[in-house]
Design a protein around this ligand. Structure first.
Ligand code: TXA
Ligand code: MG
Length: 360
């Protein structure tokens, strides 16, 4: 594993190039990124959810470097991205019992923001799975990422931010997080969904005539409402206290504080819990802005509105992490987040707000 001291040397020498991929050159951008990936390097690529920090699943040193560059603990496993459904057999070992359910899920939701946790192929590196016997896989919709997966994949890729900080939905956000640590960021524009993929672990129906079970490990851009049409959604079993084994078995990345701005963010059950202090600057993070519940209740120093007017959650999601980043850079003493409806992608946004909040 590369030591932090070695990494510091890399920081001083590495120049991070931003390669803009447009309608005409996106395939070339993918070829450039693929050459670096095949050479064992780590590069940032766009996706429809958030930008990813990618390495070939066959390049062990590059996989280690993902953890180093992100400052991510080794117990938090990575998602593998594939370029076509047939590549699933390169990473997962799917039993005959599970096959029809996996087929139904991939036919319904892929390419797209749904990650499946499946029994792993034994060749898959423990660095990717953090030693688990399962692997998380998705077939992304973003064409640049998919094409790169076809040429140089499968690719392991977490979100391209430092561990615990705000997920990046643009190349400039990745640059702020990882400048000097990686050779290339492919700029594919703003992420179309704006929130990470939904992660489920599918299991067979408990009895004939019943729906298969989807254990929801992380709400995301594929909604509960969409998944419910073909399966029964269950919560993961609560982890046993003080057991590292339980961290492994349930949802590793879900236990930590995540997605947090540097400015403390608060999420209250009711506005009355907010006790502003004299002389302090407060920013409001709101879906509906003027039409929301909090807007008129305080003289805010800054307001960031995700979807003015009707407050459409789908539109709000696209701007969610971008807006959080903007507020974080305003020099505020605290950010107050207005709660939102948890229907559809609102569930994932509330999940991220709870994880970002210092009081939840
Ligand atoms: O939309 C996304 O999923 C983005 C893009 C880049 O694809 N990726 C992403 O990766 O959000 P990351 O590393 O930030 O989050 C992946 C989550 C982690 O919380 C990790 O714990 C979980 O996936 N995970 C990975 N493998 C797992 C496994 N075998 N079992 C349970 N959870 C797993
Ligand atoms: Mg992440």
């Amino acid at each position: 594993m590369i030591k932090w001291t070695t990494l510091r040397t890399v920081i001083l020498t590495m120049e991070t190039e931003i390669l803009v991929a447009d309608l005409y050159n996106w395939k070339d951008a993918s070829v450039t990124a693929s050459a670096l990936l095949k050479d064992g390097q780590v590069v940032a690529l766009p996706s429809e959810t958030v930008y990813g920090l990618a390495a070939s699943i066959y390049e062990e040193e590059a996989l280690d470097y993902i953890f180093e560059a992100k400052g991510r603990p080794s117990y938090d496993p990575l998602i593998v991205h594939i370029g076509e459904v047939s590549d699933l057999s390169k990473v997962a070992e799917i039993s005959d019992e599970l096959k029809p359910i996996v087929n139904l899920l991939t036919e319904t939701f892929w390419p797209g923001p749904l990650t499946l946790v499946l029994p792993k192929k034994k060749e898959i590196s423990n660095t990717i799975t953090s030693g688990l016997d399962t692997v998380a896989v998705r077939l992304p919709e973003n064409e640049i990422l998919r094409e790169t997966c076809k040429i140089a994949g499968p690719l392991a890729a977490p979100s391209a931010n430092r561990f615990g900080s705000i997920s990046p939905t643009s190349a400039s956000a990745v640059f702020k997080e990882l400048n000097g640590l990686i050779p290339l960021i492919v700029d594919g524009g703003a992420s179309r969904e704006g929130i990470e993929s939904t992660i489920i672990k599918p299991s067979p129906a408990p009895a004939e005539g019943k729906k298969p079970i989807f254990t929801l490990l992380r709400p995301g851009a594929t909604t509960r409402e969409e998944l419910r049409k073909i399966g029964k959604i269950e919560k993961p079993k609560p982890p046993k206290k003080d057991s590292t084994e339980s961290i492994k078995v349930d949802a590793p990345g879900m236990l930590d504080s995540h997605y947090a701005p540097k400015t403390p963010l608060y999420l209250f059950n009711s506005f009355e819990e907010f006790k502003p202090e004299e002389g302090k600057k407060y920013g409001l993070f709101t879906l509906k802005g003027e039409d929301g519940m909090y807007f008129k209740k305080h003289a805010w120093d800054e307001v960031m509105t995700l979807s003015p007017g009707n407050g459409k959650t789908k539109e709000g999601a696209v701007r969610f992490f971008w807006a959080m980043r903007q507020l974080d850079e305003k020099g505020l003493d605290a950010i107050i987040a207005e709660p939102m409806n948890t229907a559809n992608i609102g569930e994932a946004m509330m999940d991220r707000l709870r994880r970002a909040a210092v009081n939840c």
